[in-house]
Design a protein around this ligand. Structure first.
Ligand code: NAD
Length: 331
């Protein structure tokens, strides 16, 4: 009994965890599920001579993406809020990918501050001669109610408005660098959102899940309207939904302590790895298959059909006008 042999319980738990983990990993091999995503090969050096900006590149999908772009020999600008974590991530990526000096640079960008977005863009315009690809990847998910420096609800402010201003301010350089691409990381959770035009900052009521969905729908409507405005400029813009990816994005979600190990194990089997999650944005950034394609959404490196409310041109235009006013582009 456990009383007679106190080491028995922990040992039994350890054995159960190892056996359980092994079984789950085997399951993943037999039923690859979301990991079976299409993963096109990109020729070595495919991005040589190209400059790519990735927001939120210090963790998760963005970090994996920066690593892949570096391996393809792109010059990568990691646009990150947390300078120290970004420097550490950059070192790790350089060590793995074997970067040449200056091939990977870290720049401070806090999308929750319009001042920071403006400063970042000024630096980029002053220092970079061109931008071949801008990847709007950074995001927050279901955080408690907080506001950005400029008083916007955090998820709408970071996921949509911060990237809205960023893209605007870099647009002239992107146009001058044409053919160039803008890639927008959205989420399938857009399905549960709509644009609450009468309370965009959720001051009347806050539902964190709804606000994430609203912000990811805003990413899609932004892509739609921007593609319309960019027609004929040589700059394309496409969105993507990466699927469920094992990253730190869900850190604000409360999982009961006892369920955590189980959740972690299940995530190893059923979620994509960050590298797998990075395949569609990488495809949109690099592949000749999507040359000239604009205003579309992709999942698993294939075009994805969107629900009607994400292709509503009138809503996209209205959101565009409101966003311009909110970020101070209309004076
Ligand atoms: N992980 C998933 O299952 C999943 C599913 C659908 C969509 N997405 C989207 O993928 C993108 C990347 O997320 P992830 O899963 O890699 O999560 P992550 O938390 O690892 O990465 C998010 C990144 O955004 C950065 N960020 C957050 N707030 C910022 C701010 N104010 N300024 C600058 N950077 C900021 C973080 O520092 C981090 O680097 C997000 O847009 C997310 O909405 C993820």
């Amino acid at each position: 009994s456990p009383a007679e042999c106190p080491g028995l319980m922990p040992a039994a738990l350890l054995v159960a965890a190892v056996v359980g983990g092994g079984l789950l990993l085997l399951l993943r091999r037999w039923f690859p599920g979301p990991q079976a995503a299409r993963r096109p090969r990109h020729p070595a050096g495919a991005m040589r001579g190209k400059t790519v900006i990735v927001t939120g590149a210090n963790s998760g999908i963005g970090k994996a993406l920066a690593g892949e772009l570096l391996k393809l020999r792109a010059r990568v600008v990691m646009a990150c809020r947390d300078q120290q974590s970004a420097e550490e991530a950059a070192q790790e990526i350089r060590d793995r990918a074997g970067a040449e000096p200056g091939q990977l640079v870290v720049k401070h960008l806090d999308l929750a501050s319009l001042t920071s977005v403006r400063r970042f863009c000024e630096e980029i315009i002053a220092e970079e001669t061109k931008i071949d690809v801008l990847i709007n990847n950074a995001g927050v998910y279901q955080c408690p109610y907080t506001k950005t420096e400029d008083g916007f609800e955090m998820q709408f402010g970071v996921n949509h408005l911060g990237h809205f201003l960023l893209t605007h301010l870099l647009l002239d350089l992107l146009k001058a660098s044409a053919p160039s691409r803008i890639v927008v990381v959205s989420s399938k959770l857009y399905k549960y959102g709509y644009i609450k035009f009468d309370d965009l900052n959720s001051e009347k009521s806050y539902d964190k899940a709804f606000c994430y969905s609203q912000s990811k729908l805003a990413n899609l409507l932004f892509t739609l309207e921007l593609a319309r405005q960019l027609a004929g400029t040589g700059v394309t813009v496409n969105a993507l939904t990466p699927g469920i990816v094992r990253t730190r994005l869900g850190r604000h979600v409360n999982i009961p302590l006892l369920a955590k190990p189980l959740f972690h194990l299940a995530s190893l089997v059923f979620f994509k790895s960050p590298l797998e999650g990075a395949q569609t944005p990488l495809y949109l950034a690099c592949s000749p298959e999507v040359e000239g394609v604009s205003g579309k959404c992709f999942a698993n490196c294939e075009e994805e059909e969107l629900m009607r409310h994400a292709t509503d041109e009138r809503a996209a235009e209205r959101l565009w006008d409101v966003s311009r006013r909110m970020v101070g582009l209309d004076g």
